[in-house]
Ligand binder design. Structure first.
Ligand code: FES
Ligand code: FES
Length: 82
């Protein structure tokens, strides 16, 4: 399985409606961040579904290193530049 690429070093704050289901891009290759556009094909990585529990703003992970999957957990602040 390929490693995810860093799409952004910051989360994407986006509004969602209760019950709305989206597919978060886990591979970092989508041109439609933070959502999957099918670009993961051949990487062995698959998108992660997220269903909104209520109307809210979700901070979707852009770095693809969050331990909480689709949602930012602050891990982006520990990424090393290389
Ligand atoms: Fe990244 Fe689908 S494009 S998981
Ligand atoms: Fe990935 Fe924050 S953007 S953990």
């Amino acid at each position: 399985m390929d490693k995810p690429v860093i799409a952004s070093r910051f989360p994407y704050p986006l509004p969602v409606k209760k019950g709305e289901k989206v597919f978060w891009c886990a591979c970092g290759r989508s041109e439609n961040q933070p959502y999957c556009d099918g670009s993961h094909k051949g990487t062995g990585i698959t998108p992660v579904p997220y269903t909104a529990p209520r109307d809210k703003i979700v901070f979707f992970c852009g770095c693809k290193h969050s331990a909480k999957g689709p949602v930012c957990d602050g891990s982006h602040s520990e990424l090393i530049d290389n």
